[in-house]
Ligand binder design. Structure first.
Ligand SMILES: Cc1ncc(COP(=O)(O)O)c(C=O)c1O
Length: 371
């Protein structure tokens, strides 16, 4: 689905020299590039604090630990997301409350959030799925009315802009109480291994998050709170420092790929191409379309036979995952989520695709669909 090797080859000189600098200093843990990257990313996102950590799942977990959420507290999340979003809720013995998404943007539905609020609700976790922003203005309004925390799962949308109704523009991940992201290699800003970060504009929360990510200590061997060990490698930070400079251009390349697909599939009644709400840009972590009356497995197999990868993100929604069976959660119906899990399919999107590859993919998709 991605070609990280070709992307590396295009920045090889810069990356190799950054890696060698780390090797020369042997500062593998918390070396200078980690702090440099945190500052550079804060500047890029226009957020006060960036706390690097080991991966995006840890980022979400540290955010929830920092907010002092207690077992039994309810956390509202979309069911249609990657499992990490809700897994950490379960891990901390919080109660996941799954809600519906918008069928066009694939992101959390504010009305569904409102209906799910109870006296036990403590937080909402909107996910900027596939690279499109969740409806943050509405979510922040609900959070304000009910005194709830908002933890943005920005693992798939780094660089995406959200425009408020007063014209203010903010980067996703910087709007809620805390934002979390992942630098998994295939992400829009991907490392060459695991990595993650947490964002906030709140000094106190930032201080606590730093402590929690570092065994609950600010002074070595004096552990004030229960924490974990979650660090971004110096090597990964050095690589990310280089790649951050290319992020806008990478996102533009992804947008060009999406435009090619959109043009090829325009007016085809069997394909619903991705929608962009007027409040969001789209950074296309995934190009995910909906099929109408098409044999999806048949299409996947047909493409695979031509060596064209495709993926279903995600075949089983959170509320139907076996891992939650023992949680005694109330039975819920999420018709839109169920429908999406049955009709979505994602095509390859990355920064190094050329027109020949794209034509090959679109003509094969259309050959199957129009047969
Ligand atoms: C929406 C979402 N949340 C969280 C994560 C977790 O990130 P990581 O794989 O770095 O733990 C991912 C990444 O796969 C993701 O896509």
């Amino acid at each position: 689905m991605v070609d990280t090797k070709s992307q590396y080859l295009n920045i090889k000189t810069e990356v190799d020299s950054a890696i060698h600098e780390v090797l020369d200093t042997a500062a593998y843990i918390n070396g200078k590039p980690v702090q440099e990257f945190a500052v550079a990313l804060s500047n890029y996102l226009n957020v006060k604090h960036t706390i690097p950590c080991a991966n995006g799942t840890d980022a979400l977990q540290i955010a929830m630990m920092t907010l002092n959420l207690q077992p039994g507290d309810e956390v509202i999340t979309p069911s249609f997301t990657y499992i990490a979003t809700t897994e950490v809720v379960a891990l901390l013995k919080l109660t996941p409350v799954f809600v519906e998404v918008d069928p066009k943007t694939f992101c959390i539905n504010p009305e569904s959030v409102r209906k799910a609020i109870t006296p036990k609700t403590k937080a909402i976790v909107p996910v900027h799925l596939y690279g499109h922003a969740a409806p943050m203005e509405a979510i922040m309004q609900i959070a304000k009315e009910h005194n709830l925390f908002v933890i943005e799962d920005n693992a798939q949308a780094i660089g995406c802009d959200y425009t408020f109704s007063d014209g203010t523009v903010k980067k996703t991940g910087t709007i809620g109480t805390i934002g979390a992201t992942s630098f998994y290699p295939s992400k829009n800003l991907g490392a060459y291994g695991d990595g993650g970060a947490i964002f906030t504009n709140d000094d106190e929360l930032a201080h606590k998050m730093k402590m929690i990510a570092n065994h609950g200590q600010q002074k070595r061997y004096y552990h004030e709170v229960v924490g974990c060990n979650s660090r971004l490698d110096t090597l990964q930070a050095a690589i990310l420092n280089i790649k951050l400079k290319h992020l806008d251009q990478y996102n533009k390349a992804r947008q060009a790929v999406a435009q090619f697909y959109n043009n090829a599939f325009a007016n085809n009644t069997k394909i619903i191409t991705p929608f962009i709400a007027d409040y969001s840009t789209h950074v296309y972590h995934q190009y995910t379309m909906q099929l109408v009356g098409v044999n999806r497995d048949g299409l996947s197999e047909f493409l695979a036979a031509q060596k064209i990868p495709s993926m279903i993100y995600y075949p089983v929604p959170g509320h139907k995952q076996e891992m939650f069976a023992s949680f005694g959660l109330p039975k819920i119906e999420l018709a839109i989520t169920d429908q999406l899990t049955n009709c979505v399919i994602s095509l390859p999107v990355h920064t190094e695709m050329d027109e020949e590859q794209l034509s090959f993919i679109t003509s094969n998709v259309l050959n199957f669909i129009n047969q």
